[in-house]
Design a protein around this ligand. Structure first.
Ligand code: COA
Length: 259
């Protein structure tokens, strides 16, 4: 599919989605949100795609936030609709994707850009990555899931501090706080991210989908454990589980077919 604001390519079953408005630091305007939604639909529906990477075009930014130029025309209902639509069309759809979607963060990931990275299943950061939720500087709060996902990741108190100060943190601190899993040389960012995904591609796809579902429901309540038990049981109804166990017992490499 051809997009106005995205570049996409399929390499070794990895769908690379590059947000391509470098002159506006890849800010998320209405068109980007709609096109990202379409691109994520491709991830869900195209059997050739086993996983995806989201990254930004140019050397400066992953995504420098929601497009601020679209804010002034909005009233309370409009603001709520913007956040709800974005969350449903893009952020929740990324989080709930049955195939891994990883953020390769090159440069600024601010506001909606930080939230976009947080919605992905994990984050690999280039050395030049910078993360922040500066919405309070604009009289706003994060609206694309940032309060929830950041607090879940770094804990309530650090999320409070980061969101209340709007501080922009460097890759080293993002790694230290558990926001980014790994920092790599910026010019190796895509290759390193692809290499992690290629390892994941050797595993059972249905098991990977269930890992995503269960970890997305991670909590310390009985509901979380019960959900895990249910999803664990479901694995036993798959050919992949039988193949994986047989392969181990027969000391050979498993061949998974996603059934
Ligand atoms: N929305 C719309 N446009 C944006 C944008 C955003 N979130 N972030 C950057 N841009 C635009 C700038 O307006 C500028 O456009 P122009 O050349 O037409 O003036 C262009 O991208 C380049 O940005 P600029 O500010 O000149 O780059 P810089 O290197 O001086 O600063 C940042 C980089 C990221 C620090 C700065 O752009 C910034 O603070 N952006 C907003 C971050 C933010 O608040 N995000 C949360 C939004 S809710």
């Amino acid at each position: 599919m051809n997009y106005q604001t995205l570049l996409t390519s399929l390499e070794d079953n990895i769908f690379i989605i590059t947000i391509n408005r470098p002159e506006k630091l890849n800010a998320l305007n209405k068109i980007v949100i709609e096109e990202l939604s379409e691109a994520i639909n491709e991830v869900y529906n195209n059997p050739e795609i086993k996983s995806a990477i989201i990254t930004g075009s140019g050397e400066k930014a992953f995504v420098a936030g929601a497009d601020i130029t679209e804010f002034l025309e909005l009233d309370e209902k409009g603001g709520e609709a913007l956040a709800r639509k974005g969350q449903q069309l893009v952020f929740d759809k990324i989080e709930n994707s049955p195939k891994p979607i990883v953020a390769a963060v090159n440069g600024f990931a601010l506001g909606g850009g930080c939230e976009l990275a947080l919605a992905c299943h994990f984050i690999i950061a280039g050395e030049n990555a910078k993360f922040g939720q500066p919405e309070v500087s604009l009289g706003l709060i994060p609206g694309y899931g940032g309060t929830q996902r950041l607090a879940q990741l770094v804990g309530r108190n650090l999320a409070m501090q980061l969101i209340m100060t709007g501080e922009v943190i460097k890759a080293e601190n993002a790694e230290k706080y558990g926001i980014a899993n790994k920092i790599v040389a910026t010019d190796k960012l895509l290759d390193e991210t692809k290499s992690i995904l290629q390892t994941i591609h050797t595993k059972a796809p249905l098991a990977i989908s269930k890992v995503i579902e269960v970890l997305n429901n991670f909590d310390h309540t009985q509901q979380g454990y019960d959900f895990e038990i249910k999803k664990f049981g479901e694995c036993f109804a798959t050919d992949d589980m039988k193949e994986g166990v047989h392969a181990f017992l027969e000391k050979r490499k498993a061949s998974f077919h996603g059934r």
